[in-house]
Ligand binder design. Structure first.
Ligand code: SAM
Length: 324
């Protein structure tokens, strides 16, 4: 059994040469809110957000195979759009969309720099940025967890030290034997490096997440493949994901998706019944839209995702609530 720290095994399993995300892409294994049929409704809300924030361009980090970008393009023919993921440009992505190939995980391509008046969206990116996994041993010491990439078997390694330990003490203090900590430092740093690519504009992270008041003591690391949840074995056969400590990301606003979408005007209201006879096809479209909006706002599903928004003002300009 060859044991590796989780971040090393995880990075290799997802982004190595035969890594999971180099294959058929996320939509081949699981659905996200950016995919049809909810993707267009989400895209419309994101265009409203772009307008509210004064953004003139949108970048999608961890763009999958361009699903969200395609939905955005169907609603706005003129908005400059850029996507990045760990594969070459998918053949069905519209020519008007710029595509950058990225190294994967916390690393971003150098070409992504100096973004002006841009909304950067990271939808379910940070949960697949590998992070340290730690566990409290029988004596109450927090130790690094090591994993065998072939089998997923784990063993406790050295005590956690340095910045990782400092992060855990500050954001996810744990002392009960068996308790696990998914150390968010790597995500915080990846997010900050993404925000640094903005000269001005804003960055939005949307993810499965938690805040200090509700950290999941058993951890959330899991695998997904072929539409189902599987054991997290870092052998390249499955996605590996752990929820994000969203409140430790540098942010100006933090909301549930449900609240964020409501603030952008989404209601999930059904069209008036009278429309069924005056304009049946508009009525049916309205019903479908209402149902997708309801799916996006369901508190026990996508509506429970967290949105962290970070603004980067122009030099010399201040935002009302920056530094939250
Ligand atoms: C869970 S999938 C989400 C895909 C899409 N955003 C969605 O919500 O359907 C995560 C995606 O992030 C991509 N990814 C991971 N690290 C990346 C990086 N550093 N740069 C660009 N894409 C990355 C993966 O390859 C994968 O396609």
């Amino acid at each position: 059994m060859s044991l590796l720290p989780w971040p090393v095994a995880w990075q290799q399993a997802l982004y190595g040469r035969a890594g999971f995300y180099r294959g058929i892409g996320p939509a081949g294994h699981f659905a996200t809110a950016t995919h049809p049929p909810t993707g267009v409704v989400l895209a419309r809300a994101l265009l409203t957000l772009a307008e509210r924030e004064g953004a003139q361009a949108i970048v999608d980090v961890g763009a999958g195979r361009g699903e969200l970008l395609t939905a955005l393009r169907s609603l706005d023919a003129g908005m400059p759009l850029t996507g990045l993921d760990v594969v070459d440009r998918p053949s069905d992505v519209d020519d008007s969309i710029t595509w950058l190939r990225s190294p994967g995980g916390a690393e971003l391509p150098d070409e992504l720099a100096g973004l002006n008046d841009t909304l950067v969206i990271a939808h379910e990116w940070l949960d697949v940025v590998p992070c340290e996994i730690a566990e409290v041993d029988d004596s109450g010491t927090l130790r690094q967890v090591l994993v065998d990439p072939a089998s997923g078997q784990e063993r406790l390694g050295d005590p956690l030290v340095g910045p990782e330990l400092s992060w855990a003490l500050a954001h996810w203090p744990a002392g009960t034997p068996g308790e696990r900590v998914e150390v968010g430092l790597a995500r915080d740093l990846a997010w900050s490096r993404l925000v640094d690519r903005l000269s001005n504009g804003c960055a939005l992270a949307v993810d499965y997440g938690h805040v200090a008041a509700d950290r999941p003591g058993g951890g959330t690391l899991t695998g997904y493949a072929d539409g189902g949840q599987v054991a997290p074995v870092p052998d390249g056969s499955c996605d590996l994901t752990a929820h994000v400590a969203m409140d430790s990301l540098s942010h100006d606003e933090l909301h549930t998706q449900r609240d964020a979408l409501r603030s952008l005007g989404l209601r999930g209201a059904t069209p008036p019944l009278a429309q069924a006879s005056t304009d049946p096809s508009a009525y049916l479209r309205g019903l479908a839209e209402a149902s997708h909006a309801t799916t996006l706002m369901d508190p026990s599903g996508y509506g429970g995702f967290l949105w962290a928004l970070r603004r980067v003002p122009r030099a010399g300009q201040h935002t009302a609530d920056s530094g939250a």
